[in-house]
Structures are given as structure tokens and as C-alpha cells.
Write a protein that binds this ligand. Structure first.
Ligand code: ZN
Ligand code: FE
Length: 266
């Protein structure tokens, strides 16, 4: 028998519900799932690709990210990694900032970042392999936007996003929802002069029209076009002031808060 080297790691987007992506990382044999909100589509993807589930990783406690855990555990008894500071009963390995996860069954190590804001315990997972930088960020950073601030403070959310923005530009951003076009419509309302944003809207609009995912994006694309990473830009500040949502000369955090509040009702 020849021992074949394992396939390079791949990331599969498994759509669920209306607009969730459940992420399946696999090497052609074993697979880990990030944020399985539902078990049925994951079990179907595992069967279709003849993969064995070896680990479950969670970013935060919301049902559309953990709802599939019991169904997966009844099918395969695997470890469940998740945030130390979000209460999730199924978690067997609680994680926080700086922890390293050697993902069982895969040649994959992920570093954990605390990114509170959307929930108070939200974590993200980063792969730091040169040439294959990945970020699994749940509902913290979205393509063209960010998660709503349900439990944390705007200050925490802004700091969490800044932490993600500081990752290498070529980091793939595997966020958990396909919200991109709606996010970009808002982005262009607050920063109409951004040429890279206009190009992105064309590009991602064409992808959606063809039935394709706009995710993953990259940190480079996000820092160039995502208003929640760009709220210090004079054009965005001017838009907030012109809309009567910000006092001229206000602190950057006030701009971030005004931006998030505007988007909530946009
Ligand atoms: Zn959520
Ligand atoms: Fe979600």
C-alpha cells in the first residue's frame, strides 16, 4: 500500500436556513465543522464527500450557529470547541484569547481571538499558515459589514473589529452569513466616493446573480471597503454629519456607534 499524502485542506461552504454558511474544513478524509446551526446539511455534505466528522468548533452561542450540535453528536462523538465566556452546554474544550487549537483529525492549528460585541463571549479562529491565512469570525465581521451589538458594548465591538482588521491582508474571511449585497448598499450610501467599493459591488453583484457565494472575502478587501473598519474616513464622517447622525468633531467611537445605529434601520 502506498501512503498517499493528505489532500491540502479545503473549506466548503454549506448553506443553511435563509442566509447562513456553515463551514466544513476537510482534507478529503476527515472534516471539522465551524458553527453548525443545523445538522442535516452537514450530515448530507459529509456523506456526499465521504468525510468523517472529527471536531466541532463554535464562535458564539446563537441558535443559528449551534443548533446542529446535538444532531451531529448523536451521529459522531467528537470534541466541541467553543468560547469560554458564552454559555454553551455542549462545549468540551472552552477557549479564549491566545489559545491554540490542534484540530483533531486534521493538520490544522487555529489561534483563538476574543472578539466580544455581538455576544459577550464571541471568539474567532485564525489559521496562520503562510499562503493560507484563514479567519472564521462568526457574526463579528461580515463581508461589507459587521454583526449587531447584542451583548457587548460598541467599544468592545470596535476593538474586536480592529483586531480582525490587523490580520494579514490575504486572510480569507469566512463569515457566517451572506449579507454582503445589503451591507454594500449601505457602505455605498456612506462612502459613495470609494472606487474600490464600487468595483466590489459590481463583482459581488455578479456573483450573487450567478447564484454564487460572495464569501469568503479577504481582510484586504474589507479594510478597503467595509465602513465598520473605515469609520475614521473623512467621507464617512461627513456622511454621518450630513445625515444629522453625528456632531462634527465627535470622537471616532461616536462615528462607529452612529454608523451601527444607522445600519440597524437602513
Ligand atoms: Zn449571532
Ligand atoms: Fe448568525
Amino acid at each position: 500500500m502506498i501512503n498517499l499524502p493528505p489532500h491540502p485542506l479545503r473549506v466548503l461552504a454549506v448553506p443553511a436556513f435563509k442566509d447562513n454558511y456553515l463551514w466544513l474544513v476537510h482534507d478529503g478524509v476527515n472534516a471539522a465543522v465551524i458553527d453548525p446551526g443545523d445538522s442535516a446539511p452537514i450530515l448530507a455534505a459529509l456523506a456526499a464527500h465521504q468525510l468523517t466528522l472529527t471536531a466541532i468548533l463554535l464562535t458564539h452561542h446563537h441558535a443559528d450557529h449551534i443548533g446542529g450540535v446535538p444532531g451531529l453528536l448523536s451521529h459522531a462523538h467528537v470534541p466541541v470547541f467553543g468560547p469560554r465566556n458564552d454559555a454553551i452546554a455542549a462545549v468540551t474544550t472552552p477557549l479564549g484569547e491566545g489559545d491554540l487549537v490542534a484540530v483533531p483529525g486534521l493538520a490544522l492549528t487555529l489561534r483563538v481571538l476574543d472578539v466580544p460585541g455581538h455576544t459577550s463571549g464571541h471568539i474567532a479562529y485564525v489559521r496562520e499558515t503562510p499562503g493560507a491565512h484563514w479567519l472564521f469570525c462568526g457574526d463579528t465581521l461580515f463581508a461589507g459589514g459587521c454583526g449587531r451589538i447584542f451583548e457587548g458594548t460598541p467599544q468592545q465591538m470596535a476593538a474586536s473589529l480592529a483586531k480582525l482588521a490587523a490580520l494579514p491582508e490575504d486572510t480569507n474571511v469566512y463569515c457566517a452569513h451572506e449579507y454582503t449585497l445589503a451591507n454594500l448598499r449601505f457602505a455605498s450610501a456612506v462612502e459613495p466616493g470609494n472606487g474600490q467599493l464600487r468595483e466590489r459591488i459590481e463583482r459581488d453583484g455578479a456573483k450573487r446573480a450567478a447564484g454564487l457565494a460572495t464569501v469568503p472575502s479577504t481582510i484586504g478587501v474589507e479594510t478597503a471597503t467595509n465602513p465598520f473598519l473605515r469609520y475614521r474616513q473623512p467621507e464617512i464622517v461627513a456622511s454621518l454629519v450630513a445625515a444629522g447622525r453625528l456632531d462634527a468633531g465627535a470622537a471616532p467611537l461616536a462615528a462607529f456607534i452612529a454608523l451601527r445605529e444607522w445600519k440597524n434601520t437602513y
